[in-house]
Write a protein that binds this ligand. Structure first.
Ligand SMILES: Nc1ncnc2c1ncn2[C@@H]1O[C@H](COP(=O)(O)OP(=O)(O)OP(=O)(O)O)[C@@H](O)[C@H]1O
Ligand SMILES: [Mg+2]
Length: 310
């Protein structure tokens, strides 16, 4: 059974310039992530979320405290690059623009699992299919700039999946995407979690997204955990005043995000004479949506949707 533990982990950075001493970025943070569990880290900018992600993925070392994976110290764990994968905020900067998508997916599979080119190619195609980029052959030869932001983030998730990880650390994976595309990514993460035993450390500013994706929410303030609990309780009965402030300043925190299947924009159909262009992604989709829909006048507004076609 997979388990990740942070035991009083602290990270200090040396202060720069005229300042003496050090910046305490993460201060005695303890938390646990179990198999198939999703933990959300929330907190304002500078609260230490990314630092924790970098510690867990071994991009940084703690100044003190212990991180354990499956009872083993993180630094002793040779299989870590396979077990723990990261998805970054900016899907563009994390893909090499010079290589086709297929190469970006096959290479880590080859290196991490020491498998043949052919096996790696099969695994890349399988991962693209899992993230909804189908048929996979249409994407393998493309470069990052030929994809939409949502598709690029799906490729990043696919790249994490080729390693067959037990934990995915996702640092603000939807904050650079528009709302519906971001919701598609959140739904994809949930689907993957339901289908496999994967765990998430999900980092976000957005409490509604935290509740949607994670069973537990850990609230950080200036590197310190100020609250940690089941997502529903933390949002509906926040105890710490900072959490209360966070909840009050997030009007959508109580609102459940719709659990709809939102295929990404690759299915976009254009011309208005071919039916509604949004129909592939619409939760209200019905047969009439396949037909051209006239622009309806509604009081002072106009809308082109069968829901208003009376
Ligand atoms: N390499 C570094 N050197 C010095 N200070 C750093 C370094 N990385 C982070 N810090 C400091 O540590 C603190 C926490 O930063 P971190 O990036 O973890 O915050 P965050 O919660 O991810 O913020 P954001 O929401 O803006 O991404 C900040 O004060 C930051 O300036
Ligand atoms: Mg950050």
């Amino acid at each position: 059974m997979f388990k990740l533990e942070l035991d009083r982990v602290t990270k200090r950075y040396p202060a720069r310039g005229m300042h003496r001493g050090s910046i305490l970025s993460v201060d005695q943070v303890s938390l646990q992530i179990h198999q198939n569990q999703s933990i959300a880290l929330v907190g304002e900018s500078g609260s230490g979320k990314t630092t924790i992600a970098r510690l867990v993925t071994r991009l940084e070392r703690p100044s003190s405290g212990l991180i354990r994976v499956n009872q083993q110290r993180l630094e002793d764990h040779s299989g870590l690059p396979r077990l723990v994968q990261m998805i970054f905020q900016d899907p563009f900067s994390s893909l090499n623009p010079h290589y086709p998508i297929g190469y970006s997916l096959e290479r880590p599979a080859e290196l991490l699992h020491r498998i043949s080119r052919r096996e790696a190619a099969a695994r890349a195609a399988e991962a693209l299919t899992l993230v909804g980029l189908t048929p996979a052959e249409n994407y393998l030869d493309k470069h990052a700039h030929q994809l939409s932001g949502g598709q690029r983030q799906r490729v990043n998730i696919a790249r994490a999946l080729v390693a067959r990880p037990q934990l995915i650390v996702a640092d603000e994976p939807t904050s650079m995407l528009d709302v519906s595309v971001g919701l598609g990514i959140l739904n994809l993460l949930l689907d993957l979690k339901e289908r496999s035993e994967i765990s998430y450390l999900f980092i976000t500013h957005n409490l509604a997204a935290a509740r949607y994706v994670s069973e537990r929410i850990v609230v950080l303030y200036r590197g310190i955990v100020v609250e940690d609990g089941p997502s529903f309780d933390v949002i509906n009965h926040p105890l710490h005043p900072y959490t209360q402030l966070l909840v009050e300043s997030t009007p959508d925190a109580h609102k459940a995000l719709p659990r709809i299947t939102v295929p990404d924009a690759q299915e976009m159909v254009g011309a208005s004479d071919a039916g509604c262009p949004f129909r592939a992604r619409c939760p209200h989709r019905r047969a009439q949506c396949e037909e051209p829909v006239a622009l309806q006048q509604r009081e002072k507004r106009e809308v082109r949707c069968v829901l208003y076609d009376h």
